[in-house]
Design a protein around this ligand. Structure first.
Ligand code: MEV
Length: 325
């Protein structure tokens, strides 16, 4: 029998202001949630299905992980405003929204920390390695800082092996960011693995990671105080370091350099290899036009959106772009 009791939750996407990749090695990072969300509805069923099609859990590691200890099947409906494989947090947002919907359907009242642990577990199951940064941003929303020692507003600390990530809530002034999507889908796992191999082989790569960490510490003060000139400069510098690590590409560079004359700074955001760049600017419409004229898709960002939350109604279940693993 299929019960007609849908439970619906949503979670925001995110973009990384500074610190992607180096955060995997325990360095600091700054991330903002976006106003683009993924919504998921679940209900008990006699078989697992996703948007009306049979769901093979072996092909969907996020769903597989998040339903690992369930004694029954579920129907899932999803609606996404976040392009997949783009560095805008589609897989972390999906994991966060699914975790909240699944736990609530079971009659639980999950804490934010338990949702982060679930979402991070799903990300690791899918991509193999990484930090809890994206999961934390998509569960908590707003702005988060990772591993900033002087930040007092600690939310949680997550440990994995010898790495520790202290995650804090940060309040940021109103800043205007434009994201440019190259349209090239680039899953996170291989980019993280590429950097891991580089750091194993070369002390130079490890030095770059160190430098990115120091730069992000400076960026934290600039972000908090709204010093756009300094923050922008650091973002552009970070893009150069990420390029040296090998995670940019010519399409990302094209959008970054096109945005720079009208921006305080610009860089790739997320794991790179394709996906998105982000520019800090006072002229968002102009930057959006430039990005469009260079073949990218712009999103003018409202940052600081609410984290994972319950929703009224049922997700549309439009044919879903499944997150890249
Ligand atoms: C991807 O949004 C961010 C990376 O640092 C990976 C991670 O932190 O897990 C590239």
């Amino acid at each position: 029998m299929t019960e007609d009791r849908w439970v619906t939750a949503s979670a925001p996407g995110k973009f990384v202001v500074l610190g992607e990749h180096s955060v995997v090695y325990g360095k600091p990072a700054l991330v903002l949630a976006t106003d683009r969300r993924i919504t998921c509805s679940v209900r008990r069923s006699q078989r697992n299905s996703l948007n009306g099609e049979a769901l093979d859990l072996w092909r969907q590691p996020h769903f597989q992980y998040l339903t690992r200890d369930m004694g029954y099947c579920l129907d899932f409906l999803t609606t996404s405003e976040i392009p997949s494989g783009s560095g805008m947090g589609s897989s972390a947002a999906l994991s966060a929204a699914l975790a909240l919907a699944i736990r609530t359907e079971r009659g639980e009242f999950p804490t934010e920390l338990s949702l982060v642990e679930e979402a991070y577990g799903a990300e690791l199951h899918a991509q193999g390695n990484g930090s809890p940064m994206d999961a934390s941003a998509c569960v908590h929303g707003g702005g988060i800082a990772v591993n900033i020692p002087e930040e007092k507003d600690e939310l949680w600390t997550i440990r994995r092996g010898e790495r520790t990530w202290k995650v804090s809530d940060i309040k940021t002034p109103d800043l205007s960011f434009v994201i440019g999507n190259t349209g090239i889908k680039a899953p996170t796992g291989p980019q993280v693995e590429k950097v891991r191999r580089y750091t194993k082989k070369s002390g130079f790569a490890t030095d770059i990671i160190e430098e990115m960490g120091m730069l992000t510490m400076e960026g934290y003060k600039a972000l908090k105080s709204g010093n756009k000139e300094l923050l922008g400069r650091l973002m552009t510098q970070d893009h150069k370091l990420l390029s040296i690590l090998g995670v940019s590409c010519k399409e990302l560079n094209k959008l970054v350099y096109a945005a720079l004359p009208y921006s305080y700074g610009a860089k790739l955001t997320g794991s790179g290899g394709g996906g998105c760049m982000v520019a800090l600017t006072d002229e968002p419409d102009k930057v959006a036009d430039i990005i469009r004229s260079r073949g990218g898709t712009p999103f003018i960002m409202k940052s600081g959106s609410e984290g994972a939350r319950m929703e009224v109604g049922v997700a549309k279940g439009s044919p879903m772009e499944i997150p890249m693993i």
